[in-house]
Design a protein around this ligand. Structure first.
Ligand SMILES: Nc1ncnc2c1ncn2[C@@H]1O[C@H](COP(=O)(O)OP(=O)(O)O)[C@@H](O)[C@H]1O
Ligand SMILES: [Mg+2]
Length: 187
């Protein structure tokens, strides 16, 4: 895929399908260590070890509308092609955690993409699910917790059009700040 955010969206959609109530997306960018790490954790139905072994296989899916599942194998391949690794920890009834690590400067590492738009899309796709998104660039962090935002909204739904527009700008500006601070420090 052309952007890592598309993989993140795909993994988040799996969590929604797995009836997750809580989703955590953590991105850690460390230029000194030359690493980009993506962790996505849900509390959905989970998978047993046999299923986990099968989902990394590009020809496996429980879907009936399309006979191959490609989301997970594609993400795994992307990480492994960039001197990284990919792992899934999952337990039935508990949830699933996926970790993908990339060499940050690897020539084949596609850009992260538009994370503000991606987070908004996930929130829009499932209003009931709560999301914690953390993004750290060289020690500077941004954090969004929909539980905290819900409290401030006093009953206005998260996917209200004005809320979505505000959230989008809030994330965009927050990420801009951490990238700018990291760049200034590097000079
Ligand atoms: N977070 C998850 N929780 C429970 N099951 C999952 C999760 N992610 C993936 N799966 C299972 O693995 C299968 C393969 O996922 P994926 O590779 O994304 O392909 P697809 O979503 O197209 O089926 C899914 O159909 C689902 O059964
Ligand atoms: Mg999928």
């Amino acid at each position: 895929m052309r952007e890592l955010s598309l993989h993140i969206l795909d993994i988040a959609q799996n969590a929604i399908k797995a009836n997750a109530e809580n989703l955590r997306i953590a991105i850690i960018e460390d230029t000194a260590e030359d690493k980009l790490i993506i962790k996505i954790k849900d509390d959905g139905i989970g998978m047993d070890s046999g299923t986990v072994a099968k989902v990394v296989d590009p020809f496996y899916t429980t879907r009936t509308t399309r006979n191959v599942g490609l989301g997970i194998p594609m993400f795994k391949t992307a990480a492994e092609q960039c001197d990284g690794y990919f792992k899934i920890n999952s337990q039935p009834g508990v949830g699933t955690e996926i970790v993908a690590q990339f060499k940050h400067s690897h020539i084949d590492r596609v850009p992260l993409g538009d994370m503000a738009q991606t987070i908004i899309t996930i929130i829009n796709a499932c209003d009931q699910m709560d999301l914690v998104y953390t993004h750290c660039v060289d020690g500077r962090g941004f954090r969004l917790n929909t539980k905290e935002i819900r409290k401030l909204l006093e009953g206005v739904p998260l996917n209200n059009i004005d809320v979505i527009a505000w959230l989008h700008d809030y994330i965009k500006e927050g990420l801009n700040d951490i990238y700018t601070a990291a760049k200034q420090e590097a000079i």
